[in-house]
Design a binder for this molecule. Structure first.
Ligand code: PXL
Length: 266
């Protein structure tokens, strides 16, 4: 029998397969890990827009976690769309009750196209209850500014913001750089490790609308690499390379904001 590291995403379903649990599961498979999913919500959408969403009952989230904990040895997991306060509270309870291993918190708040995936009133619960349990947080530029409560305009600000997040209780911070200026040539992310070490990761800027699920994929790839036994720094470096390659090698799916390419090999 072949054995693969077992990994988990606690996230929303995105029916068009570009983001959320679907992007995570594709990434888990692409990176040679066995992926599982606890669904917190489901959204109806395509490459144009999200048209509806539905939150799972807390009892059903509990049932999914219990079912997995009873049978599997999960060595790393991530969270994605957590929708509302009750969902976050149930996720907090479940991850305190069961050991799902290394925890990457992708603080999904709002999509690139302005859809709220976390109720405003739930934000404080995420910060106070979930964030201190995370081994790593992976905010994008906007989420980092909101979480650190500051404007970020340069590298120095990124480091100050990352340290603020660490002071809020999360061990390791991967702060994703800005990528909203078509004149920029690179996207620079900052990794701040628990021991205070910093690493800058850079890849070329790619001008494309086909970036749905990028944040999900990056975090899912980190989970897979950690589960395979790699260091945090190596896992993040591989995840950055994989996500960059998945954006660069575009696939023809959908008419507008398409998915990235999870078939890509490094
Ligand atoms: O990429 C963020 C994201 C996460 N989870 C779900 C989504 C999206 C973006 O569309 O639909 C379920």
């Amino acid at each position: 029998m072949i054995s693969y590291p077992q990994v988990l995403t606690i996230a929303g379903s995105d029916c068009d397969g570009s983001a959320g649990a679907q992007a995570d599961l594709k990434t888990f498979m692409a990176r040679d890990t066995y992926g599982m999913s606890v669904l917190t919500a489901a959204v109806a959408g395509n490459s144009y827009q999200i048209s509806a969403s539905h939150v799972m009952p807390v009892e059903f989230i509990n049932a999914q976690c219990a079912a997995l904990a009873e049978d599997f040895t999960i060595s790393a997991f991530k969270t994605g769309m957590l929708a509302d306060t009750a969902t976050i509270e149930s996720v907090v309870e479940n991850i305190q009750k069961y050991d799902f291993g290394f925890f990457v918190l992708d603080p999904v708040i709002i999509t690139k196209h302005g859809n709220m995936l976390l109720e405003e009133s739930a934000y404080q619960t995420l910060v106070n209850q979930l964030l201190p349990l995370a081994d790593m947080i992976t905010p994008n530029f906007f989420e980092a500014q909101k979480l650190a409560d500051m404007k970020i305009t340069n590298d120095e600000d990124m480091l100050i913001a990352a340290k603020k997040l660490q002071a809020m209780g999360v061990k390791n911070v991967l702060l994703k750089g800005s990528h909203n200026d078509d004149s920029q040539t690179e996207v620079r992310d900052l990794l701040l490790l628990e021991n205070g070490e910093t690493t800058w990761l850079s890849e070329g800027y790619i001008k494309t609308d086909r970036v749905n699920g990028t944040g999900d994929t990056l975090a899912a790839c980190i989970v897979s690499e950690i589960a395979k036994g790699n260091s945090i720094a190596d896992s993040v470096a591989t995840a950055k390379k994989f996500t960059h390659a998945a954006i660069k090698n575009e696939i023809a799916v959908g008419h507008k904001f398409g998915p990235i390419n999870h078939f890509v090999k490094l």
